[in-house]
Write a new protein. Structure first.
Length: 275
């Protein structure tokens, strides 16, 4: 009997159980070595304290993984840079929790001095950052969810093979369009170079794609257009107006986008009857 694939909810519960088991092991390790002066406390007290802090840290830092993934996929930002910034932010509530738990008596929690707060923050940051890096190195970035598998249907009577002439042709993959979010569509208005990225402008919005402009232009050869500037390619059908300011020329495109025209390209645009 074939095992059924786990549902997304079961996969999430399984991941949390595995992560908490790992955090428990980390808490036990920290309790044994007793960092930051905690070695003076009895072992039982250290185990309760460090395992509790490990679980609390998981609640504060685990969401940072999702933040880094969102920044990497949606904003095209470097994953480790976003993760570092997110950990700095996630250390704030963790530090507040540590200060509150360590306050004695518990009923008279007061704001500690700045030196105590900063010292606690740095101590929490060292441990939280190290555990976060360890988790990311071991687990890696989360993969895109796999398509759901369905139960095989009952066998059907053989059907006549479709006419190969009438079968729709599968469009070839396009590395440029494949990286665009589905909500932006495929009606490309312009390509704009931004450092090592290309900002793809469509009729519905724009997104950054990790690609050189010259490579991106090869992938839009099916659209009538022209490179009007060293950092701009424009689709002819998107040009709504020509703006002039002295010798400077700009093309007004859909969605209010304005593309500069290099002076060396003006003659080419005139020959093509763009302007």
């Amino acid at each position: 009997m074939t095992a059924q694939p786990a549902s997304p909810q079961h996969a999430l519960v399984r991941r949390i159980i595995i992560d908490l088991a790992a955090m428990t092991a980390i808490g036990v390790f920290l309790a044994i070595i007793g960092p930051f002066g905690s070695i003076a406390a009895p072992l039982t007290e250290r185990l309760v304290t460090w395992i509790g802090f490990a679980w609390l840290g998981y609640a504060c830092y685990r969401p940072m993984q999702s933040v880094a993934t969102w920044g990497e996929r949606t904003l095209a930002l470097p994953r480790w840079g976003v993760l570092a910034a997110a950990v700095l932010v996630g250390t704030v509530p963790m530090t507040a929790a540590v200060l509150a738990i360590n306050s004695k008596p518990f009923g008279s929690i007061g704001w500690p001095g700045l030196d105590v707060a900063m010292g606690t923050y740095l101590s929490v940051l060292v441990i939280g950052g190290a555990v976060t890096v360890l988790f990311n190195l071991v687990q890696g970035p989360p993969r895109a969810p796999a398509p759901a598998m369905t139960q095989p249907a009952a066998p059907m009577p053989p059907q006549p093979a479709p006419d190969p002439i009438s079968a729709p042709a599968t469009p070839p993959p396009n590395p440029l369009l494949d990286q665009l979010p589905a909500e932006l569509g495929s009606d490309i208005v312009a390509l704009e170079m931004e450092d090592h990225y290309v900002r793809v402008h469509t009729a519905l919005g724009s997104a950054l794609v990790l690609m050189r402009l010259r490579d991106a232009m090869v992938l839009v050869t099916g659209i009538e257009g022209m490179q009007v500037h060293r950092s701009w390619w424009v689709a002819r059908g998107a040009v709504e107006d020509v703006l002039r300011d002295g010798r400077n020329v700009r093309l007004k495109l859909a969605r209010g986008i304005e593309a500069p025209v290099a002076r060396a390209k003006i003659a080419d645009l005139k020959d093509a009857r763009w302007i």
